[in-house]
Each structure stands twice: as structure tokens, then as C-alpha cells.
Ligand binder design. Structure first.
Ligand code: NAP
Length: 258
């Protein structure tokens, strides 16, 4: 089999866990992120453990031409990419007006812009006669505005809406589109987002990246629209949908205010 699963942000966290999950099901991998050393280590482990083919590419998805470079690389290597996992993402917790604008625009660049570009290039450059798959990693943050993580929550609402719309458009073209919306997951996300203190207070609610990856990958293969891993997160998502925002948003603000 020459079919490949392309995973962005595969060097750590949820992306790395999805890579392991896909490999355990015999999928070949194309792993991308900036940290080449981490990608090479993971690739070597996956080849040994699962006897699959793995390619790695170091790219910075802040750069708008990165998606084109990734698919050019896949094309030159003759990889049949039929599955895209749009996972790379970042967040930041702080007051919007006191936080560097460039940082906030980078969050939009990575979480929104690069995800849209990756999906578009994937759909135009891969074989449309086969079934294809897109898993977009959103978040429970998509379900309500989150003060002090305003840009992050808005970016994930975009991804959820983007996924649902795309899913409907692409149904006749045999493309499965799923949004994976995890709650708090044990990864390095919170260190970079300056949220370690908030995480310590909510440590009992965290899931492992491996659990989240399994739920997400299963949902993609079953062609689910949106999947929220963990019953606590499911309840939270339903409450956020049903309860008016003038009640939910102040509660979110209490959790995220430092
Ligand atoms: N952790 C959570 O609680 C949680 C909850 C809900 C949703 N999510 C979402 O899950 C996804 C993965 O997050 P995570 O928790 O696994 O975070 P993480 O451990 O910080 O991993 C982020 C991944 O994205 C890659 N990345 C970051 N900037 C990049 C760039 N400019 N170009 C290419 N790759 C880049 C990183 O690799 P390099 O640094 O090597 O480039 C890394 O592989 C994100 O979309 C996040 O929003 C996370």
C-alpha cells in the first residue's frame, strides 16, 4: 500500500499521538512540523515498531507557501496522500489589548490560515478518484467565546464551522471530513500558551494525547461530523450550546483569568 497519512504538528502532543495511532493501523506517514530531530526520532520508532513507510519534512506553517512545499515534496517522492490531519496549532492566554498583535496574528496564521491552505492544496493535488479523509483538530473552545483566550477560541470556532461546511460540500466527492474537538489534553500546548497555572488547577480533568488520538482517528474512519473526546468534555460542549452566552462567557472568564 502506498497510501500516506499527512499529519501537521506531528513532532509532539496530539499530532504525535495521532501518528502513532495511524501507524498502529498500518498507515504510512508523512510527518511535518518544525522540529526535524523529533520527527526523525518518531519516524524511526514507527518504522521499527509497525513496519510502515515514514517520510518527514521540516516546515514552518507560519509561512503561507509551506502547504505547497509539502505537497511538492509528496509529489516528488511519489506518495499517494489520501488522508490529511490538520493538527498543528497554538494558543495564548492573556488580555487581548495588552498582548503583542504579531503573536495573536500568528495564532490565526497557524490555526486558521494554514489549515485552510492545507485542505485546499490537499483537495487539488491528490487523487480524487479514491476516498480521501480530512481530520481538522478544533477544540471544546469552539463552543463559546473564551475571554483572555479570545483569539484562540475564535480560531477554533472557525475550524469547527469550516469542517462542517466542507463536509457537506465534499460528500458527493467521497471525502470524509471530521472535526476533533478535545478538551484539556496533556501536551506542551499550555507551556507555550503561558497557561501552566490554569492547567495545574484543572489537572484532574485532563485526558492523555493517546486517548484523544484514538477517539479522533476512529471518528474519522467512521465519517463522523464532530467528535468530542471524554464524557466531561461532551457535557461541557452540550451545556455551552444550550445555555445563553451571557451566562457561559463569565464562567469561562473566571477559569481563564490569571
Ligand atoms: N492540548 C490541549 O489541551 C488541546 C485541547 C484542544 C485542542 N488542542 C489542539 O490540538 C492541536 C495540537 O496541540 P497540542 O496540544 O498537541 O500542542 P503541542 O504539544 O504544543 O504541539 C503542537 C504541534 O504543532 C507544531 N507547530 C507549532 N507551530 C508550528 C509551525 N509554525 N509550523 C509547523 N508546525 C508547528 C509543533 O511542532 P514544532 O514546534 O516542532 O513545529 C507541535 O508538533 C492544536 O491545534 C491545539 O489547538 C489542544
Amino acid at each position: 500500500m502506498n497510501n500516506y497519512t499527512l499529519i501537521t504538528g506531528a513532532s509532539k502532543g496530539i499530532g504525535k499521538a495521532i501518528a502513532k495511532e495511524a501507524a498502529s493501523r498500518g498507515r504510512n506517514l508523512l510527518l511535518v512540523a518544525r522540529s526535524l530531530d523529533l520527527l526523525e526520532q518518531l519516524a524511526s520508532d514507527m518504522r521499527k515498531q509497525y513496519n510502515i513507510k515514514v517520510e518527514v519534512l521540516s516546515v514552518n506553517l507560519f509561512k503561507p507557501d509551506s502547504p505547497d512545499l509539502i505537497f511538492q515534496f509528496a509529489n516528488e517522492k511519489g506518495l499517494n496522500v489520501d488522508m490529511l490531519i490538520n493538527n498543528a496549532g497554538m494558543g495564548y492566554c492573556g488580555h487581548f489589548d495588552e498582548t503583542d498583535l504579531a503573536l495573536q496574528l500568528r495564532i490565526i496564521q497557524l490555526n486558521v490560515d494554514s489549515c485552510v491552505r492545507m485542505a485546499h492544496v490537499f483537495l487539488s493535488k491528490t487523487d480524487s478518484s479514491q476516498r480521501r479523509y480530512i481530520l481538522n483538530v478544533s477544540s471544546v473552545a469552539a463552543y463559546q467565546p473564551i475571554p483572555y483566550m479570545t483569539i484562540y477560541a475564535a480560531s477554533k470556532s472557525f475550524i469547527q464551522s469550516f469542517s462542517r461546511g466542507l463536509r457537506h460540500e465534499l460528500k458527493p466527492k467521497n471525502v470524509y471530513v471530521t472535526a476533533l474537538s478535545p478538551g484539556g489534553t496533556e501536551t506542551e500546548f499550555f507551556k507555550d500558551a503561558q497557561m501552566e497555572d490554569i492547567v495545574k488547577k484543572n489537572a484532574q480533568f485532563m485526558m492523555s494525547a493517546d486517548e484523544v488520538a484514538k477517539v479522533g482517528f476512529d471518528a474519522l474512519l467512521k465519517n463522523k461530523s464532530v467528535v468530542v473526546p471524554g464524557w466531561m468534555n461532551k457535557v461541557g460542549a452540550v451545556v455551552s450550546k444550550l445555555v445563553p452566552h451571557n451566562i457561559v462567557v463569565p464562567v469561562a472568564a473566571k477559569i481563564y483569568q490569571k
